[in-house]
Design a protein around this ligand. Structure first.
Ligand SMILES: NC(=O)C1=CN([C@@H]2O[C@H](COP(=O)(O)OP(=O)(O)OC[C@H]3O[C@@H](n4cnc5c(N)ncnc54)[C@H](OP(=O)(O)O)[C@@H]3O)[C@@H](O)[C@H]2O)[C@@H](O)CC1
Ligand SMILES: [K+]
Length: 510
């Protein structure tokens, strides 16, 4: 199993079909799924009275298997059914028939004195908001103090978007843990689904990686396992410019801090040289603050173009947006950057500046340029994509529309590339929601881009480092701390705290 792949409900159904076409019996898939749930329950909880609540479809079928396996292991099991027994069909009916205990219609009293509830009401087949007896049952489950183990997904949660289809306490199950099959679903990682799913375990039900690939799935959990090997490493023969040069466009004299945060982020993530492109009147403010970051006056787009041209021979990235100001001046500087050979990272005001003329921007962007909007900026530049169901599809659509990498920020940041690849980030602590945090992120991405990572890789690694830096700092985090936490994260990632791995690499013989 690929530990990073994420499958939508449709992709999961396609994988199941391919597995069945390849000779695996569908009942065997369900048997493995239910068995996985039972073993998970028995591993995490001590033996206790357990109620399995089964719905009308195959999620319920998994519940009947789990009930059978746990009962035969000596667990006190009750099964409650939502819907009519005679309406069960296919494998769900088969598994219900194979369960040799009592099956009662669901009523609230069935939960009395239980120590564990297994939610087998709905999984990937949820098609509408809960109502009636199902809504009451979910409300009763949530009111009960027993922990809930959800099969596949907490019932009521949309597998593809992480959204809850209905409202109120009976709309969705609040699970302590979830056991899903073959791969996580986007709903496990996108909020509120991530909070509702609890800890998620993925069980192998015998579907091969070749089948996963054949579904065309292109969504992954963001993790160094995907891009760690591409991270730039300093080399004995390098010098500051060969390590990558980053230029950051500053706002006016009262708006300089954001650009400095980005500049420091770029420097800490490993760019060899960072230059602040500043309007003349803001230069003294920067001069009073900056040390390793260089200063160059750039009052307008022509000056930006000249700065870019002067550095054309080196690997370079340009950050523009943090407190840059919204309007024609910023638009012109962006266009100057996009005409140069530099990789461009657009954030904040640079994004908002194109809200009324997105096509001007989209036609100039290149597929490895990066846009880093938060939700509000995203909706201004991509009003149609913002209306789509779920952050994943919104980011994917926007990336295609803009022909650039889109980093749709939040607690569950989504990174999307124009070719359809997408990542969901999971390591960001809530303390990252603080002023200036996004400016540092833009600097991280630019620093990695200047060192040679492509737009998607730099965005993925930048977002991950941002989360990891936030975790390292812990409570009390302010944006200024983030760049300075990078060395600690690198030490852990590259295991440089292990003395035997900490030797300076000897030059290779030639
Ligand atoms: N794919 C795989 O590889 C494997 C899948 N497996 C398992 O199968 C699960 C998917 O099964 P599934 O497709 O039968 O859907 P499921 O979630 O049981 O619900 C569908 C039923 O609920 C109904 N219904 C929906 N919403 C409703 C509502 N609000 N209120 C009331 N009714 C509602 C819907 O009715 P309908 O929409 O047709 O009217 C239909 O009757 C998956 O999550 C996993 O657990 C494993 O066995 C291993 C391999
Ligand atoms: K469920």
């Amino acid at each position: 199993m690929n530990p990073f792949i994420i499958l939508s409900a449709n992709e999961m159904r396609a994988a199941e079909k391919l597995a069945i076409d390849g000779g695996i019996a569908s009942a065997a898939l369900m048997e493995k799924a239910g068995e996985g749930v039972a073993h998970h329950a028995m591993r995490f909880w001590s033996k206790r009275p357990t109620v399995v609540i089964c719905g009308p479809g195959n999620n319920g079928g998994d519940g009947f298997v789990a009930a059978r396996v746990m009962k035969s292991a000596g667990w006190p099991i009750r099964v409650a059914l939502l819907g009519k027994r005679e309406s069960l069909t296919g494998n769900a009916k088969l598994m219900a028939d194979l369960f040799d205990g009592d099956v009662v219609p669901f009523e609230k009293a069935v939960l009395n004195n239980c120590g564990l509830i297994i939610d087998a009401i709905f999984g990937t087949g949820l098609s509408r908001a809960t109502e009636g007896e199902i809504k009451s049952a979910i409300g009763a489950i949530n009111d009960n103090p027993a922990p809930v183990l959800a099969i596949d997904l907490p019932s009521g949660l949309d597998a593809d978007t992480g959204a809850v289809l209905g409202e109120g306490s009976g709309a969705v199950v609040h699970a302590r843990r979830s056991v899903t099959f073959h791969a996580k679903k986007p709903g496990h990682l996108l909020f509120p689904g991530r909070a509702l799913s609890g800890a998620v375990d993925v069980v192998d039900i015998g579907i091969s990686d070749q089948i996963t690939a054949a579904t065309g799935a292109q969504t992954y959990t963001n993790h160094p396992g995907l891009w760690g090997g591409l991270l730039p490493q300093p080399h004995w023969g390098g010098h500051k410019y060969s390590r990558g040069s980053v230029m950051v466009v500053s706002g006016g004299p009262l708006n300089t801090g954001a650009a400095r945060l980005a500049a420091r982020g770029a420097l800490r993530i490993g760019a060899g040289a960072v230059t602040m492109l500043t309007p003349a009147e803001a230069a003294p403010v920067h001069a009073a603050h900056l040390t390793a970051v260089m200063l160059r006056i750039a009052n307008n787009d022509e000056d930006v173009a000249k700065a870019m041209a002067a550095s054309e021979h080196m690997p370079m990235a340009l950050v523009i947006g943090p407190a840059a100001g919204v309007g024609e001046g910023t638009r012109a500087k962006v266009m100057a950057g996009l005409k140069s050979k530099a990789a461009v990272i657009l954030d904040a005001d640079a994004i908002t500046s194109f809200a009324d003329q997105p096509q001007t921007l989209f036609s100039a962007l290149r597929p490895t340029d990066v846009l880093t909007p938060h939700g509000g900026e995203f909706a201004r530049l991509f009003p149609e994509a913002a209306k789509l169901d779920g952050k994943l599809e919104a980011a994917r659509r926007a990336s295609k529309e803009a022909n650039a990498v889109v980093v749709l920020k939040g607690a569950d940041t989504v990174i999307a590339a124009p070719d359809g690849r997408a990542l969901i980030n999971t390591n960001a602590p809530p303390t990252l929601a603080t002023a200036g945090s996004g400016d540092v992120l833009a600097g991280f991405i630019a620093g990695l881009r200047a060192q040679g990572m492509d737009g998607f890789g730099a965005a993925a690694a930048g977002v991950w480092f941002h989360g990891a830096a936030g975790q390292t700092i812990g409570d009390g985090l302010i944006a200024e701390d983030l760049p300075d936490a990078v060395p600690a994260v690198m030490r852990i990632l590259f295991q440089k705290d292990q003395p035997e791995k900490n030797q300076a690499a000897a030059p290779e013989a030639n």
